[in-house]
Ligand binder design. Structure first.
Ligand code: A3P
Length: 285
């Protein structure tokens, strides 16, 4: 399918049309947040699904019921996606948990009035690109990422779903109010410590045993086995796991197996140009 048929331009960024019908985008604009809502914000392929496993477990004090019975897209739904219209989100009891891939300036007015808690998950953009490349191979509602050099050019210039990685991260780093920043790399390095810090931010202090159990359950191999989180429920014509799995490798640094030396150099130059004024110590830098 041609790119124009796969994507819709919404507030300056491309969104996959199949899962972002006009009614959900309209509904999103008037969504009413509550102060105790928890919002997971990510650029796609940065660790969204991982955080959709961790946050409910923290909020439930380690009770696995929701991660064992609810798909991640219903457990911590995306506010902008079509499915959100059928989930009665306004009737969910507090504290509610949501996800979004949108940039900061795309948040609805209620976000700025209410200031829900935000967890912003970031990942080395070279690994984001690598993960996205494989995801685009398996997802029929996204553009074909081949040839890789063309897809890399699009990625580095924001001509991909949810726009520029650089703009996304800069938009969310500009406003540090009630936002907890964590990187995929920190979670890979020490998941127990990451869970403990997220729990503190969520004002849900947990004892060490519970933190250890949550970290074990959220380890890559265990999450891969969880049919509520591994996307195995999605029909093959929409996501073809024979081409690439959703929980694919789960490591930091896989870009070294994906980018040529010239592509990595090009990436670094664009990164440097876009990020030179950003005052933040990134885990991958
Ligand atoms: P890879 O394709 O590099 O393996 P998102 O959920 O934002 O779409 O991100 C998907 C990426 O997060 C995939 O990366 C996936 O494997 C990785 N991921 C999901 N759960 C993980 C976990 N428990 N541990 C490590 N990586 C995980």
């Amino acid at each position: 399918m041609a790119e124009a048929d796969l994507y819709t331009m919404y507030k300056g960024v491309l969104v996959p049309t199949l899962i972002h019908p006009p009614q959900s985008l309209r509904r999103y604009e008037t969504f009413a947040f509550r102060p105790d809502d928890v919002l997971i914000v990510t650029y796609p392929k940065s660790g969204t699904t991982w955080m959709q496993e961790i946050v409910p477990l923290i909020m439930s004090g380690g009770d696995p019921a929701s991660v064992e019975t609810l798909h991640n897209w219903d457990r911590v739904p995306w506010l902008e996606e079509g499915r959100s219209c059928s989930l009665n989100l306004d009737d969910r009891p507090s504290p509610r948990m949501f996800t979004t891939h949108f940039l900061h300036h795309m948040m609805p007015p209620s976000f700025f009035e209410v200031r829900p808690k935000v967890i912003y998950v970031m990942r080395n953009p070279k690994d984001v690109f690598t993960s996205a490349f494989h995801y685009h191979r398996m997802a029929s509602f996204l553009v074909d990422p081949e040839p890789q050099s063309d897809f890399l050019h699009k990625f580095l210039h924001g001509k991909v779903m949810f726009g520029s990685w650089f703009e996304h991260i800069k938009s969310w780093l500009n406003d540090r109010e009630r936002i907890f920043y964590i990187s995929y790399e920190e979670m890979i390095k020490d998941l127990g410590d990451s869970v403990a810090r997220i729990a503190l931010f969520l004002e849900k202090p947990l004892d060490k045993g519970v933190i250890k159990k949550i970290a074990e359950r959220c380890g890559f191999d265990n999450m891969k086995k969880n049919n509520m989180s591994n996307y195995s429920a999605v029909p093959q014509e929409i996501m073809d796991c024979t081409k690439s799995e959703f929980l694919r490798k789960g490591i930091a640094g896989d870009w070294k197996n994906q980018l040529t030396a010239a592509e990595a150099e090009y990436f670094d130059a664009v990164y440097e140009d876009n990020m030179k004024d950003v005052d933040y110590k990134f885990a991958w830098a």
